[in-house]
Design a protein around this ligand. Structure first.
Ligand code: NAD
Length: 443
């Protein structure tokens, strides 16, 4: 099939590439000319495992191409995806500016029936707005062209995006049109060979499904962080509690890791946006507000522990920081916990020596060159001249470090483990002070 994707970010580029991999002819359009030029040059602007060779392979075969031009892109696709960003507006609700801009371009250039598929995470009712915007643009041209708008939220996880896209847990199709549903069933058939993963529903339910999924996952994390904070105060170890509750199949082990807060481009903004949506229909979503508040506090947890360790005297200290990305296997630093920690340390007069396997360039893009930040090429290099070590992102390479080396290099051998990667007793036996999240001994 001929497919167009608006937006070549994490979602658009991965989806477009995976659709090309299945034999479709895919044209990706982005307003960022620099990004399009890099992609046409065989350079993938984001880090996502497995993505780069797949983009190259499909680009070289002619099944995948990139453009900045909306008109040929709209003419190309029988299916036109909208996969642009929906960042938070000033009040936390989703900013639909980019989505509706694309809808307008589609209406301006549509020349035959197409299925317009909204993949961006958007508030309930957006399919209606997209439909109305396209209809308006068509009417302005005096054109009468049939089209359908479908809500098809994306559930891929950064860091596993290619794998998730090729083998999705489910494919939600929100549509009131049988014709459009059939087109999407055909497009997704290669992803459904093992068993049918499609869940068809109405558009509003599909839009809410995406927010409900992210809000549930964020709730699990904030819930565990709440338990961690109680554990810390009552002298219990939340890691033992985690194993104790995870063994109940109704609870399960997934997504109940306590830590220094969730970040990323999705959970923070989606929880907020859902809460704002609830407000617009006169519902006070108290649980969502609490999920957000707990996470906000949790992102300050490592700083709180380091500050307490030094009795508030952080000026002139240097903290080695392992992990900058908001989670492993990505270079994405949107809302990353590392950012809050670094900014708090800088404000307190401390310096940071940081290492992340993939997010160095992104860190430089965000913070530029500064005297109180040194980006290192290697985890152990970050320890040179540092007082203490803080771990913010649970990259696999940090799971079994050489504690003797850490102890010998740090001026004040102490580990602040923001992801509870280590056994406190093992670290302490090596002669380091250990601080974790909710481990009953940090107070
Ligand atoms: P992103 O910021 O990485 O990419 C968005 C892209 O859209 C950018 O390259 C931008 O230049 C482009 N764009 C903006 N306006 C455009 C226009 N008028 N025409 C063409 N391109 C335009 O965003 P993302 O992380 O891929 O997220 C996209 C959407 O998918 C968001 O709504 C997000 O909430 C949702 N989502 C993201 C993830 C994720 O893990 N990143 C997962 C599921 C859903």
């Amino acid at each position: 099939m001929k497919v167009t994707l608006f937006g070549t970010g994490y979602v658009g580029l991965v989806t477009g590439t995976c659709l090309a991999e299945m034999g479709n002819r895919v044209l990706c359009v982005d307003v960022d000319a620099g990004k399009v030029a890099r992609l046409k040059n065989g350079e993938v602007p984001i880090f996502e495992p497995g993505l780069s060779p797949m983009v190259k392979r499909n680009f070289e075969s002619g099944r995948l191409d990139f453009t900045t031009q909306a008109e040929p892109a709209v003419h190309h696709g029988e299916v036109i995806f909208i996969a642009v960003g929906t960042p938070p507006d000033e009040d936390g609700s989703a900013d639909l500016r980019y989505v509706l801009e694309v809808a307008r371009s589609i209406g301006q250039h549509l020349d035959r029936y197409a299925v317009v598929v909204n993949k961006s995470t958007v508030p309930v009712g957006t399919a209606d707005k997209v439909r109305a915007t396209i209809a308006q643009a068509l009417a302005e041209r005096g054109a009468v062209i049939p089209f359908d708008v479908v809500s098809n939220p994306e559930f891929l996880k950064e860091g596993d995006a290619v794998e998730d896209c090729l083998r999705p847990d489910r494919i939600v199709i929100g549509s009131s049109s049988e014709r459009a549903t059939q087109v999407l069933r055909k497009l997704y058939a290669p992803f459904n060979r093992n068993h049918d993963r499609t869940v068809v529903m109405d558009e509003r339910s599909a839009e809410l499904t995406k927010y409900a999924a992210n809000a549930m996952l964020a709730t699990k994390i904030s819930f565990m962080n709440e338990i961690a904070n109680i554990a810390e105060r009552v002298g219990a170890d939340v890691e033992q509690v985690r194993r104790g509750i995870g063994s109940d199949p109704r609870i399960g082990y997934h997504f109940i890791y306590p830590g220094c807060g969730y970040g990323g481009s999705c959970f923070p903004k989606d929880v907020q946006a859902l809460e704002r949506t609830a407000r617009t229909v006169d519902y006070d979503a108290r649980l969502l507000g609490a999920v957000e508040a707990v996470n906000h506090a949790q992102k300050g947890k490592l700083f709180e522990l380091i500050e307490r360790h030094y009795g508030g005297a952080l000026k002139g200290k240097t903290v080695a920081l392992w992990g900058l990305a908001f989670k492993p296997n990505t270079d994405d630093m949107r809302e990353a916990s590392s950012r809050r920690l670094m900014e708090q340390l800088w404000a307190a007069g401390a310096k940071v020596r940081a290492f992340d396997p993939e997010a160095r360039a992104e860190t430089t893009r965000i913070y530029g060159e500064r005297a109180d930040l040194t980006l290192c090429e290697d985890a152990y290099e970050a320890l040179d001249g540092a007082d203490v070590l803080a771990i913010v992102t649970e990259w696999k390479a940090f799971r079994a470090p050489d504690f003797a080396r850490i102890r010998d290099v740090l001026k004040d051998p102490a580990v602040f483990d923001g992801r509870n990667l280590y056994d406190p007793a093992q670290v302490e036996d090596m002669g380091l002070a250990y601080y974790g999240i909710g481990r009953g001994r940090s107070l």
